[in-house]
Design a protein around this ligand. Sequence first.
Ligand SMILES: Nc1ncnc2c1ncn2[C@@H]1O[C@H](COP(=O)(O)OP(=O)(O)OP(=O)(O)O)[C@@H](O)[C@H]1O
Ligand SMILES: [Mg+2]
Length: 251
Amino acid sequence: MVDIPHGNAPLLAAEKIEKWYGKVHALRGIDVKIYPGEALALIGDNGAGKSTFAKIVAGVEQKTSGRLLWKGKEIDISSIKQARNLGIETVYQEQALCPQLTALQNIFLGRTKTKFGVLGILDNKKMATAARKVLDELGLGVGVNQEVRFCSGGEQQGVAVARALLFKANLVILDEPTRALSTKGVERILQFIRSMKNEGIAVILISHVFPQIFPITDRFMLMSRGQIIAERRKEETSPEDLSRMIIEKTT
Ligand SMILES: Nc1ncnc2c1ncn2[C@@H]1O[C@H](COP(=O)(O)OP(=O)(O)OP(=O)(O)O)[C@@H](O)[C@H]1O
Ligand SMILES: [Mg+2]
């Protein structure tokens, strides 16, 4: 494992994480650290355990054993709600949002108490103004009162990113964010990731098409069969090098 020099302490440190799904050993004792403002990519073949790790951090699945340290303190992430309270958001294309609700309703979904006070009719104007500002900053032509089912996949991701920015998420997980996106859509999601990094948000990216995400990624972890088998900082690798490593090490 390469030791990454960072001024800051890790936001999240996962130690010796094991996951069994019945008889399937999906994660075999993995160690992952992520730092504020950093984009970490998990790459590797189908079934390597990338999404399983992401789901454990997002509170969707429970680890079988191992430790999770949040800002140095051991924690349990036993639900999506608990992950959200820590400021962990997940952006899956077309899955992060409720299609029948508007952009505004989605952005504030599940937040009964916010920096705008207890949610109620009186706060609507303030919320709409704040949401419109973030959507505009992201360059999205989505109206706050537009139902999300009338948004494209990329626009829906944008709304989910707006939620992460507005509520000052600490960690955002994007699982296959560029899948099924047009070239323009990919550019836009890369721009979203840059905005999040600039805000000091840590980003975990899962992607098969890592040449696309290469420019905005700081560090790559290559997973195979439930283990991390290589780790590289961007400066010491290239998309070609990573492709070669996947072929050599995982087959
Ligand atoms: N809910 C589940 N029940 C049983 N086995 C599962 C479950 N989810 C994942 N697995 C298994 O765990 C292993 C890791 O799966 P995971 O989805 O984490 O892989 P991945 O790296 O995200 O793959 P892909 O690139 O195809 O998305 C696989 O063998 C998979 O079949
Ligand atoms: Mg997956």
